[in-house]
Write a protein that binds this ligand. Structure first.
Ligand SMILES: Nc1ncnc2c1ncn2[C@@H]1O[C@H](COP(=O)(O)OP(=O)(O)OP(=O)(O)O)[C@@H](O)[C@H]1O
Ligand SMILES: [Mg+2]
Length: 250
């Protein structure tokens, strides 16, 4: 961690993400599912947290809530100093544009746009004058300087995920969330993607929350938070709320 960063003590470590008693149900009628049940957790600025747990335990749903992609039905959600509870769709979209970079398992690139357009267009929409130069620089940083004008279909899976990582990092978000980012990649390629994400956490001081089934990836995080049936497993909730668990595990 660079020397200008505040010391990670209980009194000075900023909380990047704080959830208090978060409930989430999705679907309608008979298909309505109560997914998150009273989830409380705190994550410090600059921390890397692995979100683990069985399939269907609510990991992706929790990630959507803290990324501002789903709105909690009850409880408080505070991310990057903003209270998300009660924000309307437009305000949530602005919040995401300002503070959150998101990487999905399935890349989610726009197929009709080149690599550089996939990264630059969101920056342009956010009003950045240097969108294309910045996009080219981010793609070069992930080793794709020679693939700027390729379409996603002309790129390998690992290259597509690197474009997605460049797109997530380009606005310099304080919060980086990734949902099984290496799930569709072979081991060596997955490790390259992991390196890019952890590098962003270390060098840019971003807070990283990764959903993963991969024990190696989870072990590289500062700590893991385990979900079971839509709730954080006991013990970890207390650890998280007591001071984000940062110091004790460093
Ligand atoms: N839009 C939706 N409508 C109704 N139920 C949903 C919806 N999205 C998710 N669910 C249900 O919520 C539960 C949690 O889903 P979620 O995708 O968060 O799990 P997960 O922990 O990410 O699982 P996996 O490891 O398989 O990705 C599941 O039982 C799922 O079927
Ligand atoms: Mg999931």
């Amino acid at each position: 961690m660079p020397s200008e960063e505040p010391m990670p003590s209980e009194t000075t470590t900023a909380t990047a993400i704080r959830l208090d008693g978060v409930d989430l149900s999705l679907g309608s009628g008979a298909a309505r599912v109560h997914i998150l049940k009273g989830v409380s957790l705190a994550i410090a600025q600059g921390e890397a947290v692995g979100l683990v747990g069985p399939s269907g335990s609510g990991k992706s749903s929790l990630l959507m809530v803290l990324a501002g992609l789903e709105r909690a039905d009850a409880g408080r959600v505070e991310v990057a100093g903003e209270q998300l509870t009660g924000l309307d769709e437009d305000s949530l979209a602005r919040f995401r544009g300002r503070h959150v970079g998101i990487v999905f398992q399935a890349f989610h690139l726009i197929p009709t746009m080149t690599a550089v357009e996939n990264v630059a267009v969101p920056l342009e929409l956010a009003g950045r004058a240097d969108a294309f130069a910045r996009a080219a620089a981010e793609l070069t940083a992930v080793g794709l300087g020679h693939r700027l004008d390729h379409y996603p279909s002309q790129l390998s899976g690992g290259e597509q995920q690197r474009v997605a990582v460049a797109r997530a990092l380009a606005p310099e978000p304080r919060i980086l969330v990734a949902d099984e980012p290496t799930g569709n990649l072979d081991e060596a390629t997955g490790r390259q993607i992991m390196d890019l994400l952890f590098d962003a956490q270390a060098r840019r001081g971003a807070t990283l929350v990764i959903v993963t089934h991969d024990a190696t990836l989870a072990a590289r995080c500062d700590r893991t938070v385990r979900l079971r049936s839509g709730a954080v497993e006991t013990g970890e909730t207390l650890g998280a709320l007591a001071g984000a668990g940062h110091e004790s595990r460093a």
